[in-house]
Design a protein around this ligand. Structure first.
Ligand code: TXA
Ligand code: MG
Length: 324
């Protein structure tokens, strides 16, 4: 099979090319001081769905959004005194802060897995910051490896991992990642830091700076992987439905049945396209939930490709919840 990997060193021209790909809804892999990221414009849900498809991730876990400077980060997430202290010392750098999203949400629901919070990072790598400044939009980027494989620290790792995929369209060679370990993720919404993912900025460094030993996530729900279950709609979810019953909300896929009994209806993808369905999933669940319907009936979603992650999300939402 012909391999057409587009690897380029970071130059003004390759930056322009990357920005154009991002604008057109494609993926570009780029280096940071931690690991290579597989990036998409965080404001374009369809582009973000390609991250999950390309990584073959079976779940929609929330992604980190990368920006060029702390001011831009704090235009997306509400700054707290704790966040300000951490940012003043560790940004730019290998730290990601989880904050409450600002009122005026621009980041796609698929990036935050429907959560009200957002994970933000200002990398230190000079080239990465030039690239992010040129992009002028937040770039959602998990590590640029297929799900379950090691995180990549060279452009060649990325190229080998995705050799048979049509994304990313471009891999920017930014030299080997110095740290080779993902960023430290800190929930900085409260007064005391909560360490969601350990990394090269250690608990000791955080304690020394803030005067508080970081807490472990109180709630299992906040730990990686479990997080997607946090956004649970109020409505009951009824999967594999043929049609809505009277008063139910309807979430369709492909051709819709008779919707005259539905309280409210959305269609994830009338063309039955799984990428489009993934892009619409969280925002449509939110709309239907806000309709006040007691139950949302959901059409069957094929269980392959991105359909696996969509079904994972729907079955978690459908599962009985512990009352709290
Ligand atoms: O070093 C890194 O952080 C790399 C490079 C590319 O920047 N990126 C990376 O991204 O590892 P990602 O998307 O794979 O990391 C996501 C982590 C997960 O542990 C996830 O649970 C957490 O961030 N996270 C994202 N959004 C969150 C949120 N709203 N609340 C809590 N945790 C969140
Ligand atoms: Mg990873």
């Amino acid at each position: 099979m012909e391999q057409m990997t587009n690897i380029k060193p970071l130059t003004p021209d390759s930056i322009d090319e990357a920005v154009q790909y991002w604008r057109d809804g494609h993926l570009v892999a780029f280096g940071t001081e931690t690991v290579y990221g597989l990036g998409a414009d965080a404001c374009q849900p369809l582009a973000v769905s390609k991250i999950f498809a390309t990584k073959n991730r079976p779940q929609f876990n929330p992604l980190i959004s990368h920006v060029a400077d702390p001011e831009t980060a704090f235009a997306l997430g509400n700054v707290t005194p704790l966040a300000q202290t951490l940012a003043d010392t560790f940004w730019p750098g290998a730290m990601t802060l989880v904050l409450n999203q600002c009122e005026d949400r621009t980041i796609a629901d698929l990036v935050t897995a429907g959560l009200d919070s957002v994970a933000l990072r200002v990398p230190e790598h000079t080239g990465a910051r030039q690239l992010l400044a040129a992009a002028a939009v937040p770039i959602a980027a998990p590590s640029a490896n297929p799900s379950g494989r090691l995180s990549p620290t060279t452009a060649d790792h990325v190229a080998m991992a995705f050799a048979d995929q049509d994304e990313p369209k471009l891999i920017l060679d930014m030299e080997a990642s110095a740290k080779g370990l993902e960023s430290t993720v800190i929930d900085a919404r409260g007064d005391i830091p909560v360490l969601l993912r350990p990394g090269s900025i250690t608990a000791e460094m955080i304690a020394e700076l803030t005067g508080h030993a970081p807490k472990a996530p109180e709630n299992r729900i906040l730990s990686p992987g479990q997080l997607a279950s946090h956004y649970a709609p109020n409505a009951r979810i009824r999967c594999h439905a043929d049609a809505p019953q009277t008063g139910e909300a309807w979430l369709g896929f492909g051709n819709d049945p008779d919707l005259s009994e539905a309280l409210e209806a959305c269609n994830l993808s009338p063309q039955a396209d799984l990428n489009e369905a993934a892009a619409n999933l969280f925002s449509m669940l939110r709309v239907l939930d806000q309709s006040g319907a007691a139950s949302i009936a959901v059409a069957a979603i094929p269980h392959h490709g991105l359909g696996v992650a969509i079904n994972d999300r729907l079955s978690r939402a459908a599962a009985p919840r512990p009352s709290s």
